[in-house]
Design a protein around this ligand. Structure first.
Ligand SMILES: CC(C)(COP(=O)(O)OP(=O)(O)OC[C@H]1O[C@@H](n2cnc3c(N)ncnc32)[C@H](O)[C@@H]1OP(=O)(O)O)[C@@H](O)C(=O)NCCC(=O)NCCS
Length: 249
């Protein structure tokens, strides 16, 4: 069930970010007109990356693949794309995709796959996509993600642990299956919140989540003061670091 009638991540959603390496990237839902960009991005993908994504030596994307990957219904199947932003502000090459497909026999769970073209890997695109995919999934009533990846695909496993709370992993031969749970409600610091507001949201959110901790720390500090010590719990400072969206605390 949707959290509201208006989805935050819908066809009009655009989020422009600047990577640590300086490139500007636009994150938005994949649409039917993305077939050419997707074909080009696939052509750029190395054989090992194709193998990691498709668990086989996939040579090309067929017309049927392209239709399936770009003509999604936006609810049970949706994909977020990362697209380069040219100097004039127009959209450039397709750089990566994170896809979410609801399971037919377990409709609160969705299977997720992510791919970033080789020359742009390791720059934060996979993480930016997965964080926003979580938001899009939660607002579509999805409560769990299932990932299948090669057992030796540490990049994917590390990325997953950075963004999601992994609750179960099992091995099926060469394939590792991981399940994560998702928050039932969207956090306040959704990815569409402007960066300059982020710290305020994060501060208030941390204060709400950790109010009990804070109260306990304050009473401990008061106790220490009354016992002649001036130390205040240094642990409080950790609440003001910027965490990942759903990284386990
Ligand atoms: C897995 C993949 C999507 C990661 O995307 P990415 O844009 O390269 O990842 P990011 O730069 O956002 O990195 C996010 C985290 O992933 C992990 N990670 C990324 N590259 C890694 C590497 N080479 N080795 C180990 N961990 C790595 C790290 O934990 C990283 O966090 P950090 O930068 O704070 O250390 C990308 O490598 C890829 O497309 N691989 C080929 C296809 C694939 O394996 N898909 C998964 C099958 S579902």
């Amino acid at each position: 069930m949707a959290m509201s009638n208006r989805l935050m991540i819908d066809g009009s959603y655009r989020d422009r970010i600047t990577l640590g390496s300086g490139e500007r990237v636009c994150l938005r839902l994949v649409r039917p007109s993305d077939k050419v960009a997707m074909q080009r991005a696939f052509a750029e993908l190395s054989a090992p990356s194709r193998y990691k994504r498709f668990f086989g030596a996939k040579q090309d994307l067929t017309e049927a693949d392209l239709r399936y990957f770009t003509e999604t219904d936006g609810w049970d199947h949706f994909a977020l794309g990362a697209v380069a932003v040219n100097e004039d502000g127009s959209e450039g090459d397709g750089l990566g995709v994170a896809r979410c497909i609801r399971l037919a026999d377990d409709t609160e769970c969705a299977e997720v796959a992510i791919t970033v073209i080789d020359r742009m890997q390791g720059r934060g695109i996979g993480r930016a996509l997965l964080e926003r995919l979580v938001t899009a999934a939660v607002e579509r009533g999805i409560t769990r993600f299932r990932f299948e990846c090669l057992a030796h695909n540490l990049e994917m496993q590390n990325l997953l642990k950075k963004v999601c709370r992994v609750v179960e992993t099992r091995s099926d031969g060469e394939i590792m299956v991981a399940e994560t749970d998702l928050p039932r409600q969207l956090p306040m610091n959704t990815p569409s919140v402007p960066e300059q507001l982020f710290n305020f949201y994060e501060l208030f959110r941390a204060m709400a989540i950790h109010s009990v901790d804070l109260q306990m720390s304050l009473s401990r500090a008061a106790m220490k003061r009354s016992m002649g010590s001036t130390l205040v719990g240094a642990g409080m400072l950790k609440h003001f670091k910027r965490p990942s969206l759903f990284r386990p605390r």
